[in-house]
Write a protein that binds this ligand. Sequence first.
Ligand SMILES: [Zn+2]
Length: 508
Amino acid sequence: MIKVFNTMSRTKEIFKPLKKGEVSIYCCGVTPYNAPHIGNARPFVTWDVIRRFFAKSGYKVRYVQNFTDVDDKIIKAANEQGVTWKDVAEKNIAAYFKSMDALNVRRADFYPKVSETMDDIIKMIQTLVDKGFAYVLDNGDVFYSVEEDKNYGKLSGRKLSDMLAGARVEVDSRKKNPMDFALWKAAKPGEPSWESPWGAGRPGWHIECSVMSLKFLGEKFDFHGGGSDLIFPHHENEIAQSQAALGDENSFAQYWVHNGFITDGNEKLSKSNKEMVKRNKGFFTVEEVLAKYPGEVIRLLLLQTHYRNPLEFNETRVIEAQEFFGKLAKAYWQLDDLARKIHAGEFVKDTGEKNFAITVSPAGGLVEEGERLLSNFYAAMDDDFNTALAITHMFELAGEIGGYYNEFVGGKILPVTIDGDIILRVRDIYMEMAEILGIFEQPVPVEKAEEKSAAPELVNALMKIILDLRQNARAEKNWKLADKIRDDLKAAGIIVEDTPQGATWKKA
Ligand SMILES: [Zn+2]
């Protein structure tokens, strides 16, 4: 049973998919006017994990994320740089993909762009005009009329009267109500424009997400996501437009999921905060951060806080996350080492005492611990996608793996007692957690080279056991056995020398 905190009801609800076994998701994408900063990355990493989790839980996932490629900021950047708006958008869409690829964010199923969805946008605005929810001004601007919409404000929980009292709304006497918002903006000189029934112009911001989500996901879909700064007015307006156009107040997204801000100090990370940008010079955009630290470390850091909570981002925290990642990576290599030995036939499988190897471990059965922690991992994800808690279960398993491995290296677990299937099952469990979190998909760093191979420690431990047995034979004057051990070792390329301090050995 998956529970989701729905911004609409402000409670955790049991998730009921509209179609059994399927999940449809729309997340507001970026306005590609400059390179994304780390705060921009949070919703996409969040939804990437949610998608992976649903997919691993057996759902067929359909995920749509837009690019707002027609926008004031893009037009401004184009004018400043002396290039076209398309150049600016394309350059920054490429930068977005580069950053997201480094963070292991899987591609969406669809990436609609405003410039490619114009006909559908115009159609929806026309529907709103026809139904009386929108009005056209003489100059060709089209506004949504909030007063015609009795449900306006239901997502953010605000009443129209409170909004008017509390908001500093710019005075535009042409609007019927100050909260009315633009669906279509008449063309201004030097700006890109498209033909419409109201003259040349371009869409307002909110309408695109209504059109794109409905176009790719249908009149009802499961999730709509984005940063919590989008609740009002963006998502409020999306709901208003969509449900008015469809004439169904239960249509559109069923669950509204919003991630918290990434902060610097107590302030939300923002490009428009000049002081903050200055303070974080060289460590602000995703690209800058990735130049210094691996993408998987940054991804892990983003997931170590529950998506709804604010997340403080600074270099100290990145370094801590890197150390934490190193501990998870260590267990990855320990399992890798054991798996390689299994494939090389170093362990004797199926001794008739299948669980002997794991029962001698103080972990009390590595595979049982693995199964228990995997089930805890899923329970954490089921509870409003609590990656922070899920990660602690993975970390606990890493500790169990390390304990087992150290016993093996220390000679307390003999290779002949190891059941390869059990080790491989533990590795599958560990990698299942990693796959949902989206780590270990890039080359995994090795902390210390010697930890990659247990061979020298293992040989030392085994040789000690063998020489002790030979010493016992000598003490019992069983010269035949003592000599046989020495000769067999010699045949295996190991020279035993008896010294006053006891027997020593070396490779021939
Ligand atoms: Zn949007």
